[in-house]
Ligand binder design. Sequence first.
Ligand code: ADP
Length: 160
Amino acid sequence: MARAAIYPGSFDPLTNGHVAIIQRGLKLFDRLVVAVANNPQKTPLFTPDERRRFILEAVGHDPRVEVDQFDGLLVEYARVRGVHTVLRGLRAVSDFEYEFQLANMNRKLLPDLESVFVMTGEDYFYVTARLVREVATFGGDVTGLVPPHVAAELTRRFPR
Ligand code: ADP
């Protein structure tokens, strides 16, 4: 049986840390649905469509990866998609508490939902989309932290 997982996130924007999690996830699962969360409570830098396109350009050539977006609860999306495994990344201990709460809340809402965590290597453990946004909006260089097409778009928007 083919094993699939949903990798949900804000991906605002896609970083090399996210790409590493996708690559690691593909060693564990036959198919990944990378799902861009459209959270109306957050004011994103990039629209869900732009965020989806960044991901497509980075990993969309791989037939095992589907890129989608969802509104509302992840458990609802998982139910509709019929995929009951969620992939998340862990950077440092600081991620753990939030991820632990989220995984347990999701399991409470959908008991057969399982969360699987993979860790990034030392190359990207300090890379967060929030820091990338901050550095880029102040004209800092994000080369190497995000895929080249994302870096190009950030430089276009926030010239150095
Ligand atoms: P969220 O806003 O839900 O945290 P993100 O887009 O920031 O969404 O991240 C999605 C997932 O990817 C989260 O599980 C996060 O911990 C993980 N992640 C993000 N950056 C990294 C990284 N550099 N290394 C490992 N995991 C990461």
